[in-house]
Ligand binder design. Structure first.
Ligand code: PMP
Ligand code: GLU
Length: 385
């Protein structure tokens, strides 16, 4: 299994920073906001109320109720408590799903670019990742034809994120329906719909695969509070899905980690019970930063970019630089390019190779406007002077 490329780059940037280098970290997808006050207060209250014990493996009943209300309120999805499992981050939700659903040799369909960990989480469970290519011209979204072409009798799971990490693309309801029309012909495929960036969506519309009646029974909806509530370190994610899958995830988790952290679960109840309008200020800031990043990137030669509709990443194609030598460094791959930016411009990004798109790099704009401006200036400088 490979090391997580996002975390590896973040660790490298941290190391250089500690060694005294002035690194701007645009590698990790991590909001720089503080946690909303109403969430903090709930956590403090939980400590004062002496929450300390092991939690139910699949989450506190009250939290499951808040998740059920959230699914209904935001997504018009109906789940019963036995269809919900709370985990230590959406990453554990995804790992549980791979472990319980995949047998040796089962194929996992991954529309590329995909989030780094999908491939390795699948491999460790015995699965075989099968990339489905997309193009920048098509906004990095796969077509129904490409999905159909990738399906074999061994296809077991389709995993995608919308809004997408790393491309920022958002599948519309019609686009999801077109993919569902292919999937209904292949009932052995379980869909894992990763909606962790749901609220960071600039189109104003979020669609879920499970909203289609003919897909509901074979779709698992994954979500969490890391991104929208800036709670990355609190480690709470969750799923809603078919009861037999939830039961299996509960069993798996019960042998591996037990229930998620008690204080973080209490805080998550407050996060989810409040309307998303309370976090709108963060979404507005991301929208602003996206524009800033795109405007500044447009001034740098050799970067081709789509306009991301959600999440907080831009995913430019930088293959223009392949085969060139800049400041004595030969650039053959996106990894070479990302390392060049780190060593010459002191800006940390992530290579697209890790996301199944070897012509691109990922730049996170979950950083301050000053950092974004300075980073883009530095990148421009090392590429043009
Ligand atoms: N899915 C996607 C698409 C992500 O970008 C992330 C990033 N953290 C995760 C899942 C995992 O999130 P969590 O912090 O809840 O484990
Ligand atoms: N999901 C974030 C990212 O893609 C955080 C890092 C990680 O969990 O891998 O950067």
């Amino acid at each position: 299994m490979a090391t997580s490329a996002t975390l590896a780059m973040a660790a490298k940037a941290r190391e250089l920073k500690e060694a005294g280098k002035d690194i701007i970290g645009l590698s990790l997808g991590e909001p720089d906001f503080t946690i909303p006050e109403f969430v903090k207060e709930a956590a403090i209250r939980a400590i004062e109320e002496d929450y300390h014990s092991y939690t139910p493996v699949d989450g506190y009943g009250e939290l499951k109720q808040a998740i059920i209300t959230k699914f209904k309120r935001d997504n018009n999805l109906n789940y019963a408590p036995q269809q919900i499992v709370v985990s230590t981050g959406a990453k554990q939700s995804l790992a549980n799903l791979a472990q319980v659903l995949l047998n040796e040799g089962d194929e996992v369909l991954l529309p590329a670019p995909y989030w780094v960990s999908y491939a390795d989480i699948s491999k460790v469970a015995g699965g075989v990742p099968v990339e489905i290519p997309s193009t920048l011209e098509n906004d990095f979204k796969i077509t129904p034809e490409a999905l159909q072409a990738a399906i074999t009798p061994r296809s077991k799971m389709l995993v995608y994120s919308s809004p997408c990490n790393p491309s920022g693309s958002v599948y519309s309801r019609d686009e999801l329906r077109a993919l569902a029309d292919v999937l209904v012909k292949h009932p052995q495929i379980i869909v894992v719909s990763d909606e962790i960036y749901e609220h960071i969506n600039f189109t104003g519309n979020h669609a879920s695969m499970a909203q289609f009646d003919d897909m509901y029974d074979r779709t698992v909806t994954v979500n969490g509070v890391s991104k929208a509530y800036s709670m990355t370190g609190w480690r709470i994610g969750y799923i809603g899905g078919p009861e037999y899958i939830a039961r299996a995830c509960n069993k798996m988790q019960g042998q591996v980690t037990s229930g998620a952290n008690c204080i973080a679960q209490r805080a998550t109840i407050a996060a989810l019970e409040n309307p998303p309008s309370r976090i709108q200020y963060m979404i507005d800031a991301f929208r602003h930063r996206r524009k800033l990043t795109l405007d500044l990137l447009a001034q740098i030669p050799g970067f081709s970019c789509n306009e991301p509709e959600g999440a907080f990443y831009v995913f430019p194609d930088i293959s223009h630089y392949f085969g060139k030598t800049i400041r004595g460094t030969a650039i053959k791959t996106a990894s070479d390019f990302a390392l060049f930016l780190l060593s010459e411009a002191n800006v940390a990004t992530v290579t697209g190779e890790a996301f199944g798109s070897p012509n691109c790099i990922r730049i996170s704009y979950a950083a301050s406007e000053a950092e974004i401006t300075e980073a883009m200036q530095r990148i421009k400088e090392v590429l043009t002077n």
